[in-house]
Design a protein around this ligand. Structure first.
Ligand SMILES: NC(=O)CC[C@H](N)C(=O)O
Length: 378
């Protein structure tokens, strides 16, 4: 036995006096990590203490109804946000909810007018402190574009969650109610602050920059090919955030006047590619062209020549890729410095298009500044 094995009485008392507050602190604050469930509102939270969540409904399959006579056919955007909320048991225990209908469309019809209305309503709700978080119900086809647009134009760090579903409300095993429940759960949680606009579907939480639809009809369709989900939410474990979202903006750009973004075309590259789609885009007044290139944002010689000519006319040319994952890198097989092109890095063509629109609307023309805008921080 060493002489330090038995502490003198004075030291024991000091250790005890130190240990009591430490243990009390540990008990009060455990579990305190990112996976703590205690922060989530639950069935015992008094209504007055529940967070205020504004639900903005836009339509989509989550609000869709099937025609019982038809196999597989359904119409999106048939039921209101209010009706949707009422169909989810327990939602009122998570938050004080207020629903507003912004549009009732399938998201294949999503447009600048609805985007601007959404952005203005969210900003107003936060500026006037009417809500602690926002949930947007949306069709899944263009959900990722709306998420990315809003992330770039809505200021602040209160949670903005976008949600949809793959099966209509009337389907057997509809995924909408569960997705909406989880979206409200995430929006109501203070740990969701400062993560930009986030998508919640099928138990996954994903960032606006990375999330993309990868399957036409399956409920397991949204993924983040370059970096994976930022967290998970489910009935067993509650909310778990694993990491921060890539390139969180919230926000960099002002909404341009006039409720319309500048025209930017996406040109899809393929074997035997000629310059016609590029010439068409220019003749229809495109202020920017995003190349959905092959591989690392490549395209054929005739298409490349046409893009170089476009850039010389002051049209913003962004090289993106039709490949689902990876980055498009400057000056590899294409001399971007010489041609005056910008590369999209990890942004897919549909999101690169949104960013190009915002940059053009903001009057940014300096090449280095344009390129910097496409570069994400992790
Ligand atoms: N699953 C869906 O939400 C797709 C339905 C519709 N095309 C939309 O995007 O709104």
């Amino acid at each position: 036995m060493t002489k330090h094995a038995v502490s003198p009485p004075g030291r024991q008392r000091r250790t005890f006096m130190l240990a009591v507050p430490l243990v009390a602190f540990a008990l009060c604050s455990w579990p305190i990590g990112e996976t703590a469930r205690a922060a989530e509102p639950g069935k015992d939270t008094p209504v007055a203490n529940l967070p205020r969540i504004l639900v903005l409904a836009t339509g989509g399959t989550i609000a869709g109804q099937a025609d019982p006579r038809a196999t597989g056919a359904y119409k999106s955007g048939q039921i209101t946000g209010e009706q949707l909320m009422q169909s989810v048991p327990g939602l009122d225990k998570l938050a004080k909810l207020n629903a507003e209908q912004i549009s009732s469309i399938g998201s294949q019809d999503m447009n600048d007018k609805v985007w601007f209305a959404l952005a203005r309503r969210i900003q107003d709700a936060f500026d006037k402190n009417e809500a602690d978080g926002v949930v947007i119900t949306h069709g899944t086809d263009t959900l990722e574009e709306t998420a990315f647009f809003l992330d770039n134009v809505v200021r602040g760090d209160k949670p903005v969650v976008i949600v949809g579903s793959m099966r209509p409300a009337t389907a057997i095993s509809a995924d909408g109610p569960g997705n909406l429940y989880e979206a409200v759960q995430v929006a109501a949680d203070p740990r969701s602050r400062g993560r930009g606009v986030i998508a919640v579907l099928n138990d996954k939480i994903q960032g606006a920059r990375s999330v993309t639809k990868t399957n036409t009809t399956s409920i397991e369709t949204f993924s983040s090919p370059n970096d994976g989900p930022i967290g998970y939410v489910d009935t067993a474990g509650g909310i778990r955030f694993m990491t921060q979202a890539a390139g969180v903006k919230r926000a960099t750009y002002q909404l341009p006047a006039g409720d319309q973004l500048p025209r930017v075309a996406i040109v899809y590259s393929h074997a035997n590619m000629d310059a016609v789609p590029i010439e068409d885009a220019i003749s229809h007044g495109a202020k920017g062209i995003v190349l959905a290139g092959v591989g690392d944002g490549n395209t054929s010689k005739p298409a490349l020549d046409a893009l170089e000519a476009a850039a010389k006319q002051g049209i913003l040319v962004v090289r993106s890729t039709r490949v689902r994952s990876g980055f498009v890198t400057r000056n590899v097989e294409v001399d971007d410095d010489k041609n005056g092109f910008v590369v999209s890095e990890d942004l897919n063509p549909q999101k690169a298009r949104v960013l190009a629109q915002l940059l053009i609307a903001s009057g940014v023309t300096v090449p280095a500044e344009l390129q910097r805008a496409f570069t994400a921080t992790w």
